[in-house]
Write a protein that binds this ligand. Structure first.
Ligand code: 5GP
Length: 187
């Protein structure tokens, strides 16, 4: 691979085995059933693989929030769960936990609705830039302080459907958002 700053962190096979491990963890833990609450849009490939690897029968729902305003740290819900979670076990399913602000906000919102328990399952954990402490119950991979793309994670809408997780150079993407297309989508 010749693109500057690009490094494959997880291959397709490694993603598959990571998802299998997480699915086994959830299947063992939530034998009474669970609501998987996926955070749009980055968690979609992960959630889709996870639900098919799981051996229990989960309910699936989605949440969308606005991106954080840089200075205020405020967000609001754009799409709420449709499922009533009173008395249920809920797992927030995320692509990546970075600052922890998104997770903390959603965890707070859902916890107010009298669920039995709210847990977090994230495919990627990047603790280096954490602003709010959050408890992560199920983690696919912990990565160093690098920007990542693929397996749901985008840059300006690109790269979400890659079957690998790659770290990329933000300065290269800032110059040309398509910089890695040639290397990652071989013709
Ligand atoms: P938070 O900072 O609230 O933990 O993460 C918010 C969101 O920022 C994540 O759900 C994800 O969509 C996005 N994000 C954080 N770090 C990265 C990254 O390295 N790459 C990409 N593509 N998105 C990220």
């Amino acid at each position: 691979m010749t693109a500057p700053g690009l490094e494959i962190l997880l291959t397709e096979e490694e993603i598959e085995s990571t998802v299998a491990r997480l699915a086994a963890e959830l299947s063992t833990r939530f034998t009474d059933g669970v609501v998987l609450a996926g955070l749009l849009r980055g968690s979609v490939p992960f959630l889709s693989d996870l639900v098919r690897a799981i051996t229990i029968r989960p309910l699936i729902d989605f949440i969308a929030i606005t991106p954080y305003a840089p200075n205020t740290g405020r967000v609001r819900m754009l799409k709420d769960l449709d499922i009533d979670i009173v008395g249920r076990d809920v797992v927030i399913v995320e692509d990546i936990v970075d600052t922890g602000l998104t997770t903390a906000f959603i965890h707070g919102e859902l916890s107010r609705r009298s669920p039995r328990r709210v847990c977090v399952c994230t495919f990627v954990d990047r603790p280096a830039r954490r602003v709010v402490p959050v408890e992560l119950d199920h983690v696919g991979i912990e990565i160093p302080d690098r920007f990542v793309i693929g397996y749901g994670l985008d840059h300006e809408g690109r790269y979400r459907n890659l079957r690998v997780l790659a770290s990329a150079a933000p300065e290269v993407l800032a110059e040309d958002p398509d910089a890695y297309v040639g290397a990652l989508y071989p013709a």
